[in-house]
Design a protein around this ligand. Structure first.
Ligand code: 26V
Length: 822
C-alpha cells in the first residue's frame, strides 16, 4: 500500500475512504501502509468510520437542538452490542465499497471483521434488547440515547474443558476500541457514603445536608449509534469510574501514599466488571454502588444538557423521558428527587410530580429471586440521603393510599417500599412502580402477569399505569447483516423496503407455495448450515451432516428455560435408536449454546450433562447416521449471528409463565426456523402471527402450571410410573449411562426432577414434547411441506421488528417524535 496524504471523508466513495484509511494507518497507528496487516486495516477502517460518524453525530445533535425536540434517555446497566464494525458498514451502506477496496489491497473484509471483539457488556435478553432499541431509535431518526457503564471486563468468556464450563475474564478492549470517544471534559463528580445532618433553611424549612461524603469520578465514553441509511447518529454514553484527584490529594497530603493509591484502585473497581446474573445476593456493596454510579452520572448529564438550553426545570417532563430498563437503575427515582429538592430547591410535591412524569419503568422478569431488594443498613451506609428520600416517598405514598382506598394492614405492608420481615430491605420494583408514570411488561402474557402476580395492588390503584410493549429485534443485525443469503433472496423477490419496514415481508407469502422460491429459500438455509458445520468442525472437531435437521437451543442456561427437557428428549431418541433399533425419519443435529452464571450449580451441571451426552452419542457408530449433539462454546452476539441463520428448528421450551418474552425466539423464526415451543412469553404472539400450522406447540398453559403449583397437584412420580419413556431416560441418567467413570454424577437430576416441588414441571410436559418432536421429524422429511412453513415464518414476522416496539414506546410512553434531516 502506498502512503497517501491526509484528506476528508465527507463522501463515501472508494477514493475518499481509501485515503482516510491509509491516513489512519500512517498517522494514528504510526505504520507505513506497506507493513499494514489485517488488524491494522481493521483498526484504521474503524477509525475512518468513527470520523464520519462523529460528523453525523454532531449534525444530529444540532438538528435535535434546532427542533427543540423532546429526548428519551434509556438507562440500562447492560448493553449487549455485539461487534460494531460490520454493523456500521451495513447501516452506512458502504460494505460493498469497503469489501472491494480492501480486496484491492489483498485483504478479505470478513476476515478483517473477525478481528473485532464482541463488546459483551450484558448478560442476555435485557442487554440485547437495549442494543436493538438503540438501532431502531437511530434508524427512525428519534432523539433517543443510551446511558450505561463502561465495564472494563464484559461477561466472562466461556470455554469447555473436560466437559465443563470454564470462565475466563473478557477484556474486550484488548485490541483497542477505536469507535469510542473519551469525553473527559464532561466527567461527573459523584458523592457517596457520608451522613446526613438535619438543618433549617433561611425559610425555616427542613434542610438536610449530606456531609462527609467521599467522591468518585465518572468519565463518559461515547459510542456512536448509526441508523440504517446513515442519516441519524445517536450515541450510547458509557461511564467509567475513576478516583478524583481531589480525593487522593487529601490523603496524599496526610502523608499516606499507600492508602491514597488503595482508594484510587477501589474507586476504579466500580466499573471494572459486569456482574453475571444470579451471581449476586443483593448484599454486594459494589453492585449497589454500580447501580448508583450509573444513575447519578446519567441524571446529572441529562439535567445538565437540559439546563444548558436555558430551560426551566419545571419543563423537564415536556422535554425529557427517562426509561428504566428493569429495576437496576430504579435509584433514579430517589436521585432525581434529591437533585430537584436538595440542589434546585423545588418543593417536594412539585418535584415528585416532575419525577413521576419523567420516569417510566420496564419489568423483564417474573422470577421472584431476581426481584431486587437492598438491605436498608447497606443503603444507609452508602447512600444515606437517598435512603432518607426513599423513606419520605414511602411515608407520603402510604399516607395517600390510606386516604384514597383505606387498605388493610396486609395490603399496606405489600405496597410499602420497605420489606419489614427479616432485616429491612428496600424493594426496588416498588420504588420503580411508585416513581414512574408507566410500567410495562415485554409480551402480552408477561404484561398480564405483571399486573396479576407481581403488582396486583398497584394495578388496582393505578390501572392506567400498566401497559404492554411486546419486544422486538432489529432486522438490520438479525436478518440483513446476519443472513446475507436470505437478505439477497428476499430483496430479489420483493425489493429492499423490508429493511426499514419489516411488515413488507408479507409480500413473500404468495411465494411460500412456489416450488422455485422454496428451492432457493432452502438452498440459502443449506448454505448457512454448511457454513456453521465448517465452523463447528473447526472449533469443536464434530462433523455435522448438513442435510440433517439443525435443532438449536441458544440462550442462557437456566432451569426455567428447560435445557434439561431438551436433553431428556435427545437421550430418549438415542436409546430408542440403539436399544429399540428405531430409525427416525430424518437425521438430527442438536446444538446447544449458552452461558451458566458461575455460581449457579444446576446450570453448570446441565452444561456438563450436555457435554457428556454429546460425547457418548457422537462416539457411537450406531447413532452416527442419525444423531449428533454439540455444545457450541462462548455464546455471544457474534456466535448467535452464525447459529440463528442455520437453524431449522428453534427450541423455545420454557415452563409457561416463566419467560417474560424471549427475543431469540423472534430471531430464529425471522430467519426461517420453525419453533417448537410452549405458550410462554412472546411465543404466544409469534404463533398467532405465523399461524398455528407453522408452529409446533406443546405443554401446559401458564394457568395450568399456576394451578398445579398452587394446589400442590404436581406429582412427578405419577408420570414416572405411567410412562416407560420417562422411566428409561431418568433411569439411564441415574445409572450413570453417560458418565461411566462417575456413575452417580447425575443422580441429582433424577432426584430433582422427581421431587414434588420441582418448579418447572419437566415431567408434566415431557410426553407432549416427545410427541410434538415426532411430528416435527415427520414434517421435516417432506421438504415442500417444510419449506412452505419456513417461508411463512419469515414472511409473517414483520410485527417483531424493534422499530414497531420503539414506535409504540415513543407514542404511548416517551412522547418523542422523529426528527429527520430536512
Ligand atoms: C438479574 C440480575 C441479578 C443480579 C445480577 C445481575 C443481573 C442481571 C440481570 C438480571 C435480570 C435479567 C432479566 C432479563 O434479562 N430478562 C429477559 O429480558 C428479555 C428482554 O425483555 C426477555 O426477552 C427475557 O424473556 C427475559 O428473561
Amino acid at each position: 500500500m502506498a502512503p497517501v496524504a491526509k484528506c476528508n471523508i465527507e463522501t463515501l466513495e472508494g477514493d475518499s475512504l481509501s485515503c482516510s484509511i491509509r491516513d489512519h494507518i500512517t498517522h494514528s497507528l504510526g505504520k507505513p501502509c506497506s507493513e499494514a496487516g489485517h488488524r491494522d486495516v481493521a483498526m484504521a477502517l474503524s477509525m475512518t468510520l468513527r470520523d464520519r460518524l462523529v460528523d453525523r453525530m454532531l449534525e444530529t445533535r444540532m438538528r435535535y437542538r434546532e427542533a427543540r425536540a423532546k429526548r428519551m434517555y434509556y438507562l440500562s446497566i447492560e448493553y449487549l452490542l455485539g461487534r460494531c464494525l460490520g454493523n456500521n458498514l451495513f447501516n452506512m451502506k458502504i460494505d460493498d465499497v469497503c469489501r472491494s477496496l480492501v480486496k484491492d489491497w489483498g485483504f478479505d473484509l470478513e476476515e478483517i471483521r473477525e478481528f473485532e471483539r464482541d463488546p459483551s457488556l450484558g448478560n442476555g435478553g435485557l442487554g440485547r434488547l437495549a442494543a436493538c432499541f438503540l438501532d431502531s431509535l437511530a434508524t427512525l431518526d428519534m432523539p433517543g440515547c443510551g446511558y450505561g457503564i463502561h465495564y472494563e471486563f464484559g461477561l466472562f468468556k466461556q470455554s469447555i474443558e473436560n466437559d465443563r464450563q470454564v470462565e475466563r475474564p473478557d477484556y474486550w478492549m484488548a485490541e483497542g476500541m477505536p469507535l469510542q470517544l473519551e469525553r473527559r471534559d464532561q466527567a461527573v463528580i459523584i458523592p457517596i457514603y457520608g451522613r446526613v445532618e438535619d438543618h433549617q433553611g433561611p425559610d425555616g424549612k427542613y434542610l438536610p445536608l449530606w456531609v462527609d461524603w467521599q467522591d468518585l469520578m465518572g468519565v463518559p465514553y461515547d459510542i456512536p449509534i448509526v441508523g440504517f441509511g446513515d442519516k441519524t447518529v445517536n450515541y450510547l454514553r458509557l461511564f467509567a469510574a475513576q478516583s478524583t484527584d481531589n480525593f487522593n490529594m487529601e490523603i496524599f497530603d496526610q502523608g499516606d501514599y499507600i492508602k491514597a493509591i488503595r482508594q484510587k484502585v477501589y474507586s476504579e473497581l466500580i466499573s471494572k466488571i459486569l456482574y453475571p446474573s444470579e451471581s449476586i445476593s443483593f448484599g454486594k456493596e459494589l453492585r449497589l454502588i454500580q447501580e448508583y454510579f450509573l444513575v447519578f452520572c446519567a441524571i446529572r448529564d441529562i439535567t445538565r444538557r437540559f439546563l444548558k438550553q436555558n430551560r426551566n426545570i419545571e419543563e423537564l417532563p415536556e422535554f425529557t423521558a427517562i426509561q428504566l430498563n428493569d429495576t437496576h437503575p430504579a435509584l433514579a427515582v430517589a436521585e432525581l428527587m434529591r437533585l430537584l429538592v436538595d440542589e434546585r430547591r423545588v418543593p417536594w410535591d412539585r418535584a415528585w410530580n416532575l419525577t413521576n412524569r419523567t420516569l417510566s419503568f420496564t419489568n423483564h422478569t417474573l422470577m421472584p429471586e431476581s426481584l431486587e431488594m437492598w438491605p436498608v443498613d447497606l443503603m444507609q451506609k452508602v447512600l444515606p440521603r437517598h435512603l432518607q428520600i426513599i423513606y419520605e416517598i414511602n411515608r407520603r405514598f402510604l399516607d395517600e393510599i390510606r386516604i384514597v382506598s383505606n387498605p388493610d394492614d396486609a395490603t399496606l405492608r405489600r405496597m410499602s417500599l420497605i420489606e419489614e420481615s427479616g432485616g429491612k430491605q428496600v424493594r426496588m420494583a416498588n420504588l420503580a412502580v411508585v416513581g414512574s408514570h408507566s410500567v410495562n411488561g415485554v409480551s402480552k402474557l408477561h404484561s398480564e402477569l405483571v399486573k396479576k402476580v407481581l403488582f396486583p395492588d398497584y394495578a388496582a390503584l393505578w390501572p392506567g399505569k400498566f401497559n404492554n410493549k411486546t419486544n422486538g429485534i432489529t432486522p438490520r443485525r438479525w436478518l440483513y447483516k446476519a443472513n446475507r443469503g436470505l437478505s439477497a433472496l428476499i430483496t430479489e423477490a420483493i425489493g429492499d423496503g423490508w429493511i426499514m419496514d419489516l411488515d413488507q415481508l408479507k409480500k413473500l407469502e404468495p411465494l411460500a407455495g412456489d416450488a422455485a422460491f422454496q428451492e432457493k429459500f432452502m438452498a440459502v438455509k443449506r448454505a448457512n448450515k454448511e457454513r456453521l458445520a465448517a465452523f463447528v468442525a473447526k472449533t469443536s472437531g464434530v462433523v455435522l451432516p448438513p442435510h440433517a435437521a439443525f435443532d438449536i437451543q441458544a440462550k442462557r442456561i437456566h432451569e426455567y428455560k428447560r435445557q434439561l427437557l431438551n436433553v431428556m428428549h435427545i437421550i430418549h431418541d438415542y436409546l430408542r435408536l440403539v436399544e429399540d433399533g428405531y430409525e427416525p425419519p430424518e437425521p438430527r443435529v442438536y446444538i446447544f449454546a449458552g452461558k451458566a452464571a458461575p455460581g449457579y450449580f444446576e446450570a453448570k451441571e446441565i452444561i456438563h450433562l450436555i457435554c457428556c451426552v454429546a460425547k457418548v452419542i457422537n462416539a457411537d457408530k450406531q447413532a452416527a447416521e442419525y444423531l449428533k449433539v454439540v455444545f457450541a462454546a462462548d455464546y455471544r452476539v457474534s456466535l448467535a449471528e452464525k447459529l440463528i441463520p442455520a437453524a431449522d428448528i428453534s427450541e423455545q421450551i420454557s415452563t409457561a409463565g416463566t419467560e417474560a418474552s424471549g427475543t431469540g425466539n423472534m430471531k430464529f423464526s425471522l430467519n426461517g426456523a420453525l419453533t417448537i415451543g410452549t405458550l410462554d412469553g412472546a411465543n404466544i404472539e409469534i404463533r398467532e402471527a405465523v399461524g398455528e400450522e407453522n408452529f409446533y406447540l406443546f405443554g401446559l398453559t401458564a394457568q395450568e402450571v399456576e394451578r398445579q403449583l398452587a394446589a400442590g397437584l404436581y406429582d412427578p412420580w405419577e408420570y414416572y410410573g405411567k410412562h416407560p419413556e420417562i422411566r428409561r431416560v431418568l433411569d439411564a441418567l441415574s445409572a450413570g449411562r453417560f458418565t461411566p467413570e462417575d456413575p452417580s454424577a447425575f443422580h441429582w437430576i433424577f432426584e430433582k426432577l422427581l421431587s414434588r416441588n420441582e418448579r418447572y414441571l419437566h415431567l408434566a410436559d415431557f410426553m407432549p414434547y416427545l410427541e410434538t418432536h415426532q411430528r416435527v421429524g415427520m414434517e421435516y422429511s417432506r421438504p415442500e411441506v417444510w419449506a412452505q412453513k419456513a417461508i411463512c415464518n419469515t414472511a409473517r414476522m414483520g410485527y417483531f421488528s424493534s422499530d414497531r416496539t420503539v414506535r409504540e414506546y415513543a407514542r404511548d410512553i416517551w412522547g418523542i417524535k422523529p426528527v429527520p434531516p430536512k
